[in-house]
Design a protein around this ligand. Structure first.
Ligand code: NDP
Length: 250
């Protein structure tokens, strides 16, 4: 696959899954704008093909202006990876409206702003890929994480619907649904489980690993491989659907 001449934008591209996807795209020749809220994190991983830009996905105006700057510098966004997200869990009776809004603002509103702004430039071209990072929780729910699961269901609904909006045109819209991936989110989740249940860090990790039939965490590179495949011309018939990377977790 040759992505030379293609501009990709990856939100949350400075860490974890986003960084693995950004690196995979850059290795194939794409110029990749990597975004996040912390310049120091982005600057540390910036390099050939990886261009940092501070962009908080909860801010519609910032997503608009930063995307416009990236387009001015590197051309229309032809690969948009809406990956930025937060994973915090609370049981329903402990879920305040404020907490609910925080999760939705990042995972759902952020995905919508990102995709819409990138798409406006993508539509000037004759090829485009939109990939949203949902979660296995977007397909089946997650105990103690209703807001997160609802936001990730929403991401899937967006991709399915946007694909209908542009059916027959040379753009695809898909979600990737990972199980537990070895990234900073999982480290934070380990701490959260530890605090909530009083188990040790090892036991908390074991609880996550147990869900994977291969009895291990998934690597960010395994998720990136799926994203890369969705950018292959031969993936054109995969549209409006979900790719599950969950180690057999149903
Ligand atoms: P990370 O915490 O490494 O990645 C999250 C990224 O999102 C960070 O780079 C963070 O950067 C960015 N981010 C968070 N909030 C905002 C915001 N308001 N504006 C802009 N950027 C933001 O964890 P992962 O790589 O694991 O997570 C990536 C995606 O994968 C998330 O959507 C997550 O829900 C999803 N996922 C992860 C799974 C896992 O087990 N790891 C499983 C299933 C799905 P910064 O803080 O600098 O802004």
């Amino acid at each position: 696959m040759d992505l030379h001449g293609k501009h990709a934008l990856v939100t949350g591209g400075g860490t974890g899954i986003g960084l693995a996807i950004a690196r995979a795209l850059a290795e194939k020749g794409a110029e990749v704008t990597i975004t996040g809220r912390r310049l120091e994190v982005l600057a540390e991983v910036a390099g050939p093909g990886l261009h940092p830009a501070v962009m908080d996905v909860t801010s519609e105006s910032q997503v608009r202006s930063v995307t416009a700057e990236a387009v001015a510098a590197r051309g229309p966004v032809q690969i948009c990876v809406a990956n930025a997200g937060i994973a915090e869990g609370r049981k329903l009776h402990k879920t305040s409206a404020e907490f609910w809004r925080k999760i939705m603002a990042t995972n759902l509103d952020g995905c919508f702003y990102t995709v819409r702004e990138s798409l406006n430039s993508m539509l000037e071209t004759d090829w485009g890929r939109v990939i949203a990072i949902s979660s296995i929780a977007g397909l089946r729910g997650a105990a103690g994480a209703g807001a997160y699961a609802a936001s990730k269901h929403g991401v899937i609904g967006m991709m399915r619907s946007f694909s209908e909006d542009f059916m027959g045109q040379p753009y695809t819209f898909n979600s990737i649904c990972p199980g537990y991936v070895d990234t900073p989110i999982v480290s934070r989740n380990t701490e959260a489980i530890k605090e909530r249940t009083g188990v040790s860090a090892e036991e908390a990790q074991a609880m996550m690993v147990k869900l994977n039939r291969h009895k291990r965490l998934i690597t960010p590179e395994e998720v990136a491989a799926a994203a890369l495949w969705l950018c292959d011309p031969l993936s054109s018939s995969t549209n409006g659907t979900e790719v599950r990377i969950a180690g057999g977790q149903l």
